[in-house]
Design a protein around this ligand. Structure first.
Ligand code: SIN
Ligand code: CO
Length: 374
């Protein structure tokens, strides 16, 4: 399904993105759910899929984690089932993320889908990331409060909530409505009837994550062999002292490791092109030979990108799932990075080059692209 988002992006970014929450009434007109509650419940029975059930009764909260074997124990109210990265497992749901590609791919994370019965929700909480919550089937009341310092607490070890808050948005959302919430604004959604919600979530790396990943890269690539030096070691009142200029010298040694633009770009491409969620990788068996790739494309077969696979570019370099990809035709890499589906037409004459075919065959044989017919 080709979802059309009715949104003036430049205006939205200027007024709301990372600034204020907003309800986009009927952001999707005539909204049709890409997934049914039964399909979602089925996904949450799979081992590889990250899911949880959250319920509450008389102020007592319960959380259990999938995979689930049955849902028979659940009543008719006050619970919800939440499934992470549904775009990695369910192609029709992945289509719901595409209209948000006005925002860069590297910032988008996953599609979380929740099913809630009346009274169901995860309670008042904050998220660290931007999110667009799309209302599917059913009605749900969403409240959002002002971003002010708030104490967080755990009514259950796996649930982080905030205290009740005054609402700056209080809306009964209907199918196709979208609620955008920037990081740090408290919010809660309670279902009024059986309801599905789709959360297009974003990611923004923290300094801690970046330093930790860069340290791994520096070790793997043997960067930073240069040591601190002090040919004019200064005298001091007490030998125990570390002087400010020495601390600055140490900081400089560390900054010099990061201040290598080629390495910096390469590290970030590898880091940010890794998915935070498991991918449904299924390498074809037997593997494709390059000429079979050629024949399939000639016959009109379409190459589709695996759901949730991150394909990002920095300059001419293309990174796929944590690895830099080389190709003698830069145009082919651009096509791989831009398009979700690729046909003979996009690849054109480049296919006459055996090294291009070999590269595409390697990506198909890794399970990153697959033939979806047509
Ligand atoms: C939900 O769909 O129940 C939770 C979404 C959110 O609050 O981020
Ligand atoms: Co939230």
């Amino acid at each position: 399904m080709d979802y059309q988002l009715d949104l003036n992006w430049p205006d939205f970014i200027q007024r709301y993105w990372q600034k204020r929450p907003v309800v986009l009434k009927r952001g999707f007109k005539n909204f049709i759910d890409p997934i049914s509650p039964d399909e979602l419940a089925g996904l949450a029975m799979e081992n590889e899929v990250d899911s949880r059930l959250v319920s509450h009764q008389d102020g007592k909260w319960q959380v259990s984690h999938g995979p689930f074997e049955s849902y028979d124990h659940l009543g008719e109210s006050n619970w919800s089932l939440l499934v992470q990265a549904v775009n990695n497992w369910h192609e029709p749901s992945a289509a719901l993320m595409r209209p948000f590609r006005f925002l860069p791919d590297w910032r988008i994370d996953d599609l979380m889908v929740s099913f809630a019965v009346p009274g169901g929700g995860v309670g008042p909480h904050l998220d660290q990331y931007d999110v667009f919550i799309i209302q599917g089937t059913g009605r749900r009341r969403w409240r959002v409060g002002e971003k002010i310092p708030m104490k967080q607490h755990c009514p259950h070890p796996d649930l982080l909530q905030v205290e009740p808050f005054d609402a700056i948005i209080d809306e009964e959302m209907e199918p196709g409505d979208i609620l955008y919430i920037p990081p740090g604004f408290p919010h809660e959604g309670y279902s009024l009837e059986n309801a599905i919600n789709y959360s297009v979530g974003f990611r923004a790396p923290s300094g801690r994550e970046l330093i930790s990943s860069f340290a791994d890269y520096a070790l793997a690539n043997e960067l930073g062999s240069y040591r601190f030096t002090d040919p004019d070691v200064p005298s001091r009142d007490c030998p125990a002292q570390i002087l400010p200029q020495e601390l600055e010298g140490i900081r400089q040694v560390m900054l010099d490791v990061i201040n290598q633009p080629t390495h910096f770009a390469h590290w970030f491409g590898e880091f940010i092109s890794q998915s935070r969620h498991e991918l449904d990788v299924a390498p074809p068996e037997p593997p494709y030979q390059p000429d079979e790739i050629y024949d399939a494309l000639q016959q009109g077969d379409v190459l589709s990108r695996l759901g949730g696979l991150r394909v990002l570019t920095i300059g001419d370099a293309v990174y796929v799932n944590g690895e830099r990809i080389e190709c003698s035709h830069p145009d082919v890499l651009t096509v791989l990075a831009h398009h979700q589906e690729i046909t003979l037409e996009e690849l054109g004459d480049a296919l006459d080059d055996p090294s291009v075919l070999a590269q595409i065959a390697a990506l198909v044989n890794a399970g990153y692209w697959y033939f979806s017919g047509e």
